[in-house]
Design a protein around this ligand. Structure first.
Ligand code: GLA
Length: 391
């Protein structure tokens, strides 16, 4: 969809004239480092070249009017700066609303309403962070429109996370918002979530590409299960802290964990903590592999990550397991694993370019046979982070 088409739709809905501006925020895929970001560990995501577009204009009053070209049947949704209240409703507008509310909470008051049109080409509910993308596009819009120029993209990422935690009630970590705010074309971001130190690593896949397989499973209770995993890790950490001075599970090496794990009384919490510790170490190693162009070992670590998410963290489910296992058996696959929160969503695979067609056919066939409906496949590129949309 072109900018002119979006602007034309905006003008048709909200009228022409005034200072109409355009913004963009990508989706993200995490290469490795899953469920480590709220455990003080490392993650290794990248921004995609698909994302969310926003056209916006300030209003004179305090009304907020939203329209999504992805939910045309819903029409224009209206709310107001005086009606922002956490978890009041479950409509999609809770994401932009939450960020507007967060700006106020953080000392950047929003005193005037907006007319807002959104269009996204991230498949909905795919696990590629369409909601964090909406949060960041709202953040860059507010910064630009209201002249809050001192706010960095890292600040906006933190605002997005705050909004998700406190307005939308999902206790997520910082990975999605950070990847979307700070993404860089053809690079992955190696981020230490305990300090927010990060570095960009070029993703040179030498004859291979990143392929996303979307399970199309309805995500249902995903948010509550996500919060449950997080509190299981917190319980494990509290018990470990009685025997060792650590700030997070990310502070432990595998050896230290093996030595101390007896301090965790509940076997389920022990498994969750084991995943968090081992996955963090795998992520550190995977980053080094990519820096050395050792893609083969990188792929092996991706596979091990899936197994750990399946067996110890228990967030995969039959759909993601079927996709990953079918991929492992496919020609030209360097590595494959679930990505994002799990409980549905998608897998990320690195596949040799000449085998991609066969991969999509094979994995697609096996998935449909076993699960009863189709998976969708996307060959993706790594793009830049959120910002003003260039003319
Ligand atoms: C979701 C959350 C992230 C992260 C992943 C799992 O995407 O939003 O913060 O915890 O799940 O790695």
């Amino acid at each position: 969809m072109k900018r002119e088409e979006l602007t034309a739709k905006f003008e048709e809905l909200f009228g022409a004239g005034g200072d109409i501006r355009a913004y963009y925020a990508p989706g993200r895929v995490n290469l490795i480092g899953e469920h480590t970001d709220y455990n003080g560990g490392h993650v290794f995501p990248c921004a995609l070249t698909i994302g969310t577009y926003m056209i916006a204009r300030k209003r004179e009053d305090r009304k907020l009017r939203f329209y999504s070209m992805n939910f045309e049947k819903l029409g224009v949704a209206e709310s107001s700066l005086d009606e922002l209240e956490p978890q009041k409703h479950k409509l999609w507008i809770q994401y932009p609303e939450g960020v507007i509310w967060t700006f106020g909470k953080k000392g950047y008051p929003v005193e005037q309403g907006f007319d807002i049109l959104l269009y996204g080409n991230i498949p909905n509910g795919s696990g590629l962070s369409s909601s964090a993308s909406v949060e960041l596009v709202t953040g860059v819009m507010l910064r630009d429109m209201l002249g809050f120029d001192t706010l960095t993209n890292i600040d906006l990422s933190l605002f997005g996370q705050y909004s998700e935690n406190h307005y939308n009630g999902v206790n997520c970590g910082i990975m999605d918002q950070f990847a979307i705010g700070m993404g860089k074309k053809d690079h992955a971001i190696f981020l230490d979530t305990s300090s927010l130190d990060y570095r960009y690593v070029p993703v040179k896949l030498e004859g291979a590409r990143i392929v996303i397989a979307c399970s199309n499973k309805k995500r249902g209770l995903a948010d509550s299960k996500y919060n449950e995993r997080r509190s299981e890790c917190e319980s494990a950490l509290a018990e470990l802290q009685k025997v060792k001075k650590i700030a997070s599970l990310g502070d432990l090496t595998e050896e230290e964990f093996e030595e101390l794990q007896g301090a965790i009384s509940n076997p389920i919490w022990r498994k969750r903590a084991k995943h968090a510790v081992y996955e963090n170490q795998r992520t550190i190693q995977a980053c080094r592999c990519l820096e050395k162009n050792d893609i083969e070992t990188f792929g092996t670590l991706m596979n091990a990550s899936h197994v750990s998410l399946r067996d110890d963290y228990e967030v995969t489910g039959i759909e993601l397991d079927t996709l990953a296992e079918a991929a492992w058996n496919c020609r030209g696959v360097i590595g494959s694993r679930m990505t994002g929160a799990g409980f549905g969503g998608c897998t990320v695979s690195i596949v040799k370019t000449e085998e991609i067609e066969n991969f999509i056919e094979e994995v697609g066939r096996i998935y449909e046979e076993k699960i009863g409906y189709k998976a969708d496949f996307y060959v993706v590129d790594i793009g830049d982070g959120a910002g003003v949309l260039a003319e």
